[in-house]
Design a protein around this ligand. Structure first.
Ligand SMILES: NC(=O)c1ccc[n+]([C@@H]2O[C@H](COP(=O)([O-])OP(=O)(O)OC[C@H]3O[C@@H](n4cnc5c(N)ncnc54)[C@H](OP(=O)(O)O)[C@@H]3O)[C@@H](O)[C@H]2O)c1
Length: 394
């Protein structure tokens, strides 16, 4: 796994609980259509667990990837588990090896991202696996950066049996999504979250919008925030709702780690008394002219995963520009009949031009429903070309 952003940027030509990605996604099975290197069932179970472990550290590892690792003893039983520590701390494999101890010898390491072969703030994970006497390594996603690449080759050269590409798509769409988007597109991954009534209203005609959804959905919002590096709203939401945008527990206490709060306020309309400006969490007041400009600004601050919390005008701007990677819609079984729609003007005049999304999953949240979707077709000029990463790998 890679080292810090600074390490990575120095040397590299450079997309699930607790942060951004629902817990059930990571632990869910692999999509039926996914072709994958085939591994025995106990290794596949370990890989599902590794994906789950990775989600538990989302929001704490950026700019490094959130990786999960499981070490199986030679008899195939679980000997140790680990996930990436905050930057500068041990990588997932090293933590899993430490917990496995001597039981790692002759065993198998199952990891969501190819072990690194470079020395950053920590030593190469490939060497740690060799030193522990691991005999087989099962990897989901090959390391995409030059800086940290070569781990699989180094392991193979030392006689270790290495399989790469196991359930790769599930891992790529899980906890690694934010980091991979950074490597490929030099921008953070964007999760657009919105709470709406059955008729798609995000607020009533009088502007009141509190408690559109119930306590379970609201608790999920705090979990989504915790899994992101930044939470973004437009000036309209900041002025109308005066949200605090912090991560709080069920008793309303602020979490220890808070994502960056961001308000895009190009005309400096936010009053000094706004709750977003309290000292509960860091806040960025951005004057970015476009969503792309904002994402560039956030990427430079090591943000790899953004929760876009509105409102309809800013969400429409992101959607028009093809800059929403995932949508999380909390739908309340209520009707308002009037009030702002969940998204503003997308510049679409005919049904044939509708922005299409595919449903990734549906989850009941108390009396509400969570729908997680991915845009499958974009309006506007958003480009999603790949490219060399600028940030280091695992
Ligand atoms: N239920 C929900 O989940 C939810 C969530 C959020 C909001 N809401 C509701 O939404 C309503 C507010 O709607 P809104 O559309 O005014 O909020 P908004 O999208 O948060 O804010 C719109 C403002 O953002 C600024 N902005 C910054 N960058 C922009 C860009 N690239 N493109 C367009 N605008 C940009 C603009 O102000 P400047 O030009 O001054 O920068 C614009 O007027 C409230 O009633 C609120 O309760 C509901």
């Amino acid at each position: 796994m890679t080292g810090t952003a600074a390490e990575a940027r120095a040397s590299v030509p450079a997309h699930e609980s607790s942060a951004g990605v629902p817990a059930h996604e990571s632990s869910a099975g692999v999509p039926a259509h996914e072709s994958s290197a085939s591994v025995p069932a106990h290794e596949s179970s370990a890989m599902a667990r590794a994906r789950e472990l990775a989600t538990t550290v989302l929001g704490t590892t950026s700019p490094n990837p959130a990786v999960g690792a499981v070490v199986l003893a030679a008899d195939g039983t679980v000997a140790g588990e680990g996930a990436t520590a905050p930057p500068g701390g041990p990588h997932a494999e090293v933590r899993a090896l430490a917990r496995a101890g001597e039981r790692a010898r002759g065993g198998t390491a199952v990891v969501t991202l190819e072990p690194c072969a470079h020395t950053g703030r920590t030593g190469p994970c490939a060497d740690a696996l060799l030193a522990a006497g691991i005999a087989r390594v099962v990897v989901a996603v090959p390391e995409p950066t030059e800086l940290a690449g070569g781990g699989a080759d180094r392991l193979r050269a030392a006689g270790v049996d290495v399989v790469v590409g196991v359930e790769q798509e599930a891992a790529e769409r899980g906890a690694l999504a934010g980091w991979l988007t950074g490597v490929r597109e030099q921008r953070p991954y964007v999760v657009w979250k919105v709470a709406a009534t059955l008729d798609g209203r995000v607020a009533a005609a009088d502007g009141s919008s509190r408690w559109v959804t119930g306590p379970e959905a609201r608790a999920e919002v705090h979990r989504l925030r915790a899994g992101c590096d930044a939470v973004v709203v437009g000036a309209g939401t900041a002025l109308t709702d005066d949200p605090q945008l912090t991560v709080r527990d069920a008793d309303g206490r602020d979490a220890d780690r808070q994502p960056l709060r961001v308000v895009v306020d190009r005309r400096d309309r936010l009053p000094a008394t706004a709750r977003m400006l309290d000292d509960a969490a860091p806040t960025l007041v951005s004057h970015a002219a476009t969503p792309a400009e904002l994402l560039t600004e956030l990427f430079a601050r090591d943000v790899r995963r953004v929760l876009l919390e509105g409102g309809p005008t800013l969400a429409a701007a992101f959607l028009r520009d093809g800059l929403v990677d995932e949508a999380v819609v909390h739908l309340a079984p209520k009707l308002l009949g009037a009030g702002p729609s969940l998204v503003g003007d997308l510049g679409i005049s005919g049904i044939g031009s509708a922005l299409s999304l595919s449903v990734a999953d549906l989850t009941p949240l108390g009396g509400d429903v969570q729908i997680r979707l991915r845009p499958t077709r974009h309006t506007g000029g958003g480009t999603r070309t790949g490219g060399d990463g600028t940030d280091g790998g695992s």
